[in-house]
Design a protein around this ligand. Structure first.
Ligand SMILES: Cc1cc2nc3c(=O)[nH]c(=O)nc-3n(C[C@H](O)[C@H](O)[C@H](O)COP(=O)(O)O)c2cc1C
Length: 440
C-alpha cells in the first residue's frame, strides 16, 4: 500500500480562529457541554480521522473577557468521549512540570484501558508563566530546567507503564489467584526530582504504553521529541520551514537509534474552505473583522513571556527590533521564531500581524476551494514537509463538516487517505510498533 496520510482533529474553543466563538456558524452549545466534544469526535470518526486532540493550559488567560475559553480537564473529557466512540484516537495534554509522574501514568493508563487502546499523551512542559502561580507560587522554571525535569519524568512514567508484564493478570477465580506477583515489580526510582517506588497500581495498557505526542520545536524541544515522541505537532507559516523541520527532526530521530517512520510529523493546517477562492477569502475576512486587535496584542505579549507591546501603533510596519530576541524568551520559544520569521519576510503592520495570527496562532492558514486544500495537503505530504496534518478548522463544527464532506473524499480518491479503519488502536492507525515489555 502507498504511504498513507494521517489526520488529527485539534478541538479548540468553537474553532481555531480567535473570533470563531461569536461567529453565527459556530456551535450553539456551551463550551462546558460534553455533547459538543462528543459530536465533533463522532464526526471525525465517521470520516476515519486517526485522532482528536485537546490542548491544555493550567491557568485562565487574561483575555477571557473577550475570548471564549473553558478548559475542561482533558483526561476527564476524553474519558467521556471514549464512551461514545470506538476507533478514533484520543490525545490529551498534560504537564510534566505541574503533575506527579505516578498520577499521570495512572490517568493515561486508565484512559487507554477505558478506550481499549486509543489513548495518547501530548507531553508539555508548560510555558505559560501564569501557571506557576497556581502551583506553589514560585517563579516559573527556566526553559532548560523544564526539559531536564521532563526527561526524568519520562524515565519514571515509562518504567511505571512497564511495571506489569502483559501476562501478569490471571483472574483465576476458581484457583483464587488474581495476579502473578513475580510478573509485577517495583521501579525503585531515586532521581534528582522524583522518588517513586512503584509498581503502578493498574495492569499494563492495551497499547503497551499510551502513544507519546510532543510539540516543542526549539532545539531542546526537538531533541526531546526525537527521544520520546511518536507523533509531533508543529506550527509553520510556510512550506519551506516545515520541510526543514521535517528533515531535521527525522535525522534526530534516527540519531537516537529510532526508525524515522516511528515519529510522525503533523504540522498544523487551518483551512477556510468554500466553493470558490473568492468566497473562501470573503469568509476569512469576515472572521478577521470580528477579531479584537487588543485581544491579539495581549496574546502576542503572552507568547513573548509577557513582553510589553502596548506602545506599538497598529498601522506602522513592524521590524524585528520591535521584538525581544527569541533566545531570551523562556515561554514558547519556537513560536516566537515563527512570528519573527513572518515579520522579517513580510514587514506587516501590527494590525496585519495580529490578523494573520488570529487565524490559528502561528499555524498555516489558507482560504481556498476543496481542490486547493487537497492539493496543498498532497504537496506537503509528498514533498517532505508532513506525514499528515493537525487540522484546525477555523470555525467548529461548520468548517470540520466542509473538510469532511469536500476534502476527505478527494484525498481518498487520490489514494492518500483510508476509507475504513484497518485496526482498532491508535498505534494501529498511526502505524506504530507496540513498545516491548521490560519482562520479555
Ligand atoms: C499544536 C501544538 C499544540 C500545543 N499544545 C500545547 C498545550 O496544550 N499546552 C501547552 O502548555 N503547550 C502546548 N504547545 C506548546 C509546546 O508544547 C511547547 O511548550 C512550545 O512549543 C514551547 O516549547 P519549545 O520552546 O521547545 O518550542 C503546543 C504546541 C503546538 C505546536
Amino acid at each position: 500500500m502507498t504511504r498513507q496520510l494521517h489526520l488529527n482533529l485539534f478541538i479548540h474553543s468553537r474553532g481555531h480562529h480567535e473570533a470563531s466563538w461569536r461567529h453565527p456558524d459556530a456551535s450553539p452549545l456551551a463550551l462546558t457541554d460534553v455533547r459538543y466534544y462528543q459530536d465533533l469526535a463522532r464526526k471525525a470518526e465517521a470520516a476515519h480521522f486517526d485522532s482528536i486532540f485537546l490542548a491544555d493550559q493550567l491557568a485562565l488567560a487574561e483575555d477571557v473577557a473577550q475570548s471564549a475559553r473553558a478548559w475542561l480537564e482533558p483526561i476527564t473529557l476524553l474519558t467521556a468521549v471514549a464512551t461514545v466512540t470506538e476507533r478514533i484516537g484520543l490525545i490529551g495534554t498534560a504537564s510534566t512540570t505541574y503533575t506527579e509522574p505516578f498520577n499521570l501514568a495512572r490517568q493515561f493508563a486508565s484512559l487507554d484501558h477505558i478506550s481499549n487502546g486509543r489513548a495518547a499523551w501530548n507531553i508539555v512542559t508548560s510555558w505559560l508563566a501564569l501557571a506557576a502561580a497556581n502551583y506553589g507560587g514560585s517563579a516559573p522554571l527556566s526553559h532548560a530546567e523544564r526539559y531536564v525535569r521532563g526527561e526524568e519524568f519520562m524515565t519514571v512514567v515509562k518504567a511505571l507503564w512497564d511495571s506489569w508484564a502483559e501476562d501478569a493478570v490471571l483472574d483465576d477465580r476458581a484457583g483464587g489467584i488474581y495476579a502473578k506477583a513475580d510478573r509485577i515489580r517495583p521501579i525503585a526510582h531515586r532521581g534528582d526530582y522524583y522518588q517513586v517506588n512503584g509498581p503502578l497500581n493498574l495492569p499494563r495498557c492495551p497499547q503497551g504504553r499510551p502513544v507519546l505526542v510532543q510539540a516543542g520545536s526549539s532545539d531542546t524541544g526537538r531533541r526531546f521529541a526525537a527521544r520520546h515522541a511518536e507523533a509531533v505537532f508543529t506550527a509553520h507559516m510556510e512550506k519551506a520551514t516545515a520541510q526543514a523541520f521535517y528533515k531535521d527532526l527525522k535525522a534526530l530521530v534516527e540519531a537516537e537509534g529510532r526508525r524515522p517512520d516511528q515519529a510522525l510529523i503533523l504540522p498544523g493546517l487551518s483551512p477556510m474552505i468554500a466553493s470558490t477562492e473568492a468566497e473562501a477569502q470573503r469568509l476569512a475576512r469576515e472572521l478577521n473583522e470580528l477579531a479584537d486587535p487588543e485581544v491579539g496584542r495581549k496574546r502576542l505579549s503572552g507568547r513573548f513571556g509577557g513582553h510589553d507591546f502596548s506602545h506599538l501603533p497598529l498601522d506602522r510596519p513592524l521590524s524585528p527590533e520591535d521584538f525581544p530576541d527569541p533566545s531570551s524568551v523562556e515561554a514558547a520559544r519556537s513560536r516566537t521564531e515563527v512570528i519573527l520569521g513572518l515579520v522579517r519576510r513580510e514587514k506587516p503592520t501590527l494590525r496585519q500581524l495580529l490578523a494573520s495570527l488570529a487565524g490559528a496562532r502561528g499555524h498555516f492558514t489558507m482560504a481556498g476551494t476543496p481542490e486547493q486544500v487537497a492539493d496543498l495537503i498532497e504537496d506537503w505530504f509528498t514533498d517532505g514537509a508532513a506525514d499528515g496534518f493537525n487540522t484546525k478548522p477555523p470555525v467548529l463544527p461548520q468548517m470540520l463538516a466542509v473538510f469532511v464532506e469536500e476534502v476527505v473524499p478527494r484525498l481518498q480518491r487520490r489514494g492518500l487517505f483510508r476509507t475504513e479503519y484497518a485496526g482498532k488502536t491508535l498505534r494501529d492507525h498511526y502505524g506504530l510498533a507496540t513498545p516491548e515489555s521490560a519482562f520479555n
